[in-house]
Write a protein that binds this ligand. Structure first.
Ligand SMILES: [Zn+2]
Length: 464
């Protein structure tokens, strides 16, 4: 079976076929709006995007991963007005905290991280093309809006991700806010004319000073880096309308070409069964959880335990369970490392086949984890029965392959050269029956925080 994914556009699970069989898969994920510290609900989406990227790579695809940084939009302007901080200074703080959090969650760094404020010329170009085609117009308030009526008049269809029924909807005249509900579908702002509340945040344009709307930012940056038509666009399901719908309209309106082949959307996250909110006391940033002593990889494991299209209930009990699960894996891997040789070997075939089949089925992660935990149980049993060095190495290679997708494994602790030298001197002393020297070396190792364990491959240093 080939990799299959659910396309929001077709509402079907489809085989994934890259647009260019020889080139990299173009993948765009809407990045953070850097107006505050990201919360764990945001990170569910980014861990999901990381899973998609890792599965594509696991299936042999090269990926070109783009994640934008939204560093100008309504919320940011509001915050800088409240705090009196200049925009670049304000957003830099939250951008760097966000990138640090991604690392803590073992998310691979995107290949490109375009900032909106650095792509204003591309946005102006796109708006200019829409005006030329009469799909956009400048209104009396000086702002430039996207005309849904004219877009539909060109034979295009607005509302493809949601299947909007225009006849049943109240249509507003136009909307300047970046966020609005689907019952107020209306012409939306591409370029917002400068108003006093914008302070210093404005750029010049053929339509006067102003700033871009949020939706045009993603169209301009994604097409600049991935071309007019690309493979995958990801985001949380809350972005389907209006953000992604508007991205399609702007992009296809300007280019006349299909924008994205496959849209993937991740479901919401609840915390302790409720919508996360500061007033309910169940609102967590990643830093909050790390301060409570939780590990990034356990948070990742928990976030990846449920299928991406299912609402996920994040609980502290669940996090404790993830910690226990990872400890079981760590223990098994540590034993395999003791027994396994260093020679490169092929991984066990059967567990990898099962794991791959689960992921191919629209990223059926629960089934993939079940394969991994069955494998841990089976491996522990075989270790107890006695596993040859080659068998252990093949099992270890299987784990390494699982972990290219899961990314929750603990790094193998590396033994410093001076400690390793003392271990070898002690082994030599014991072989020469010089027990006084051997004991002295053992005491020195203890003092340095190391103990010696006998393994089938000989004595090894372990941190105390
Ligand atoms: Zn976006």
């Amino acid at each position: 079976m080939a990799l299959h994914l659910h396309n929001t556009l077709s509402r079907n699970v489809e085989p994934f076929e890259p647009l260019d069989p020889d080139g990299p898969v173009g993948m765009y994920c809407c990045g953070p709006t850097v107006h505050d510290f990201a919360h764990i609900g945001n990170f569910r989406t980014f861990v999901f995007a990381d899973l998609v990227r890792r599965v594509l790579q696991f299936r042999g695809h090269e990926v070109n991963h783009v994640m934008n940084i939204t560093d100008v939009e309504d919320k940011i302007i509001r915050r800088i007005n409240e705090t009196g901080t200049p925009l670049p200074e304000y957003t830099a703080k939250y951008e760097s905290a966000f990138l640090q959090d991604l690392k803590t969650l073992n998310c691979l760094e995107p290949h490109h991280r375009p900032r909106a404020t650095e792509h204003i010329p591309e946005m102006l170009d796109l708006i200019g093309r829409l005006i030329e085609k009469e799909i956009a117009y400048q209104a009396e308030d000086g702002s430039v809006y996207f005309s849904i009526q004219n877009y539909q008049g060109c034979g295009c269809n607005y509302g493809r991700l949601l299947n909007l029924n225009f006849d049943a909807m109240r249509q507003g005249e136009r909307v300047s806010n970046d966020e609005y509900e689907k019952d107020s579908v209306a012409d939306f702002a591409l370029w917002k004319a400068r108003v006093p509340e914008d302070g210093d945040v404005h750029w010049s344009s053929p339509w006067g000073d102003g700033r871009p709307g949020w939706h045009i930012e993603c169209s301009a940056m994604s097409m600049k880096l991935l071309g007019n038509t690309f493979d995958l666009h990801l985001g949380g399901e809350d972005l389907i309308f209006p953000h992604h719908e508007d991205e399609i309209a702007q992009s296809e309106g300007a280019t006349g070409q299909p924008f994205v082949k496959l849209w993937l959307h991740g479901a919401h996250l609840l915390v302790e069964g409720k919508k996360m909110s500061k007033s309910l006391g169940n609102f967590y940033t990643l830093a909050d959880l790390l301060d409570q002593g939780h590990e990034g990889r356990a948070i990742r494991q928990l976030m990846m335990s449920t299928h991406y299209r299912e609402t996920f209930n994040f609980t502290l009990d669940g996090l404790a369970g993830a910690k226990t699960a990872l400890a079981r894996i760590d223990e098994c891997i540590a034993k395999l490392r003791e027994v396994g040789g260093d020679e490169p070997v092929d991984p066990q075939a059967e567990p990898i086949e099962k794991f791959t089949a689960a992921l191919d089925d629209d990223l059926n992660i629960s089934s993939a984890w079940a394969t991994v935990f069955d494998w841990v149980r089976d491996t522990n049993r075989r270790l107890n029965e006695g596993l040859s060095s080659a068998e252990a190495a093949a099992a270890l290679a299987a784990w390494q392959k699982f972990d290219t997708v899961l990314a929750v494994g603990k790094e193998e602790s590396t033994v410093p050269a001076d400690i390793q030298a003392k271990v070898e001197q002690r082994t030599a002393a014991r072989a020469a029956k010089d027990f006084a020297t051997a004991d002295a070396l053992r005491d020195e190792l203890h003092a340095a925080g190391w103990t010696i364990e006998d393994t089938p491959n000989g004595p090894r240093a372990k941190p105390l």
